[in-house]
Design a protein around this ligand. Structure first.
Ligand SMILES: [Zn+2]
Ligand SMILES: [Zn+2]
Length: 223
């Protein structure tokens, strides 16, 4: 006769012995991928619990997706350390955690003096079924009208306050870094700069995709 399984009980925190790190709900962690040739998975720990005998500690992980794991794939404006907070949860053994990491807000990430291996950022939530992002629009900058990729150096025009890629203003990153003042082409036309009111209405790019719900969830993350 089957025994009634003793209920699992929640744990406030748990020390993952093989890395000597204590985790608690809300922490972001790196987890061992099923295929070891893939980069580590990144997850936010939502809950930790343990069986009645005090063994077999499990975590409820909310996955962060890397841009290449999303339905739309990696796009030019995605940063190398960009992640999307997905609606995809799994229960995992706590011992598959291989390290802790930090997922910064976009704003905090752009203020970091140095980006370490374990620093990431997130500016979108991601629906793993539809491929939709929240927010579904993102501001665009420069004359190329691209959303901001924090890996690319940009310089701000003192006239219109828009930001420009060094390449789009025909400068190397080194040259752009040395600029004390910068006025874009339209602001530096003869007779000094003028402010152009229309750029104050922030342009945005719509991130919506055609719904591709017919694809299985597994397929969408194996690309
Ligand atoms: Zn540009
Ligand atoms: Zn300007």
């Amino acid at each position: 006769m089957a025994k009634v399984r003793a209920p699992r009980r929640p744990l406030e925190s748990y020390t993952v012995k093989h890395i000597s790190k204590t985790i608690k709900a809300g922490d972001c962690v790196l987890m061992r991928p099923a295929d070891q040739s893939n980069p580590q998975y990144v997850a936010r720990i939502e809950r930790i619990d343990v069986d009645a005998r005090g063994r077999n500690v499990k975590v409820l992980a909310r996955w962060y997706y890397r841009p290449e794991e999303s339905i739309g794939g990696r796009r030019q404006f995605h940063g190398s350390k960009e992640l999307f907070l997905s609606d995809h949860y799994d229960v995992q053994s706590a011992d598959t955690i291989e390290g802790k990491c930090t997922v910064h807000s976009f704003k905090n990430y752009t203020k970091l003096e140095a980006v370490g291996n374990d620093d990431f950022f997130c500016r979108f939530e991601y629906n793993s079924c539809t491929g939709a992002f929240n927010p579904d629009r993102v501001a665009v900058y420069c004359k190329c009208e691209m959303p901001y990729n924090p890996d690319d150096l940009m310089v701000q025009c003192e006239g219109c306050s828009d930001w420009f890629h060094s390449a789009c203003i025909e400068m190397t990153a080194e040259e752009a870094k040395r600029l004390d003042h910068f006025f874009c082409e339209s602001c530096s036309s003869e007779g000094g700069y003028k402010t152009t009111p229309e750029v104050n209405e922030k342009s945005t790019q719509n991130l919506a995709f055609q719904s591709r719900c017919s694809r299985s969830g597994d397929e969408s993350i194996t690309s």
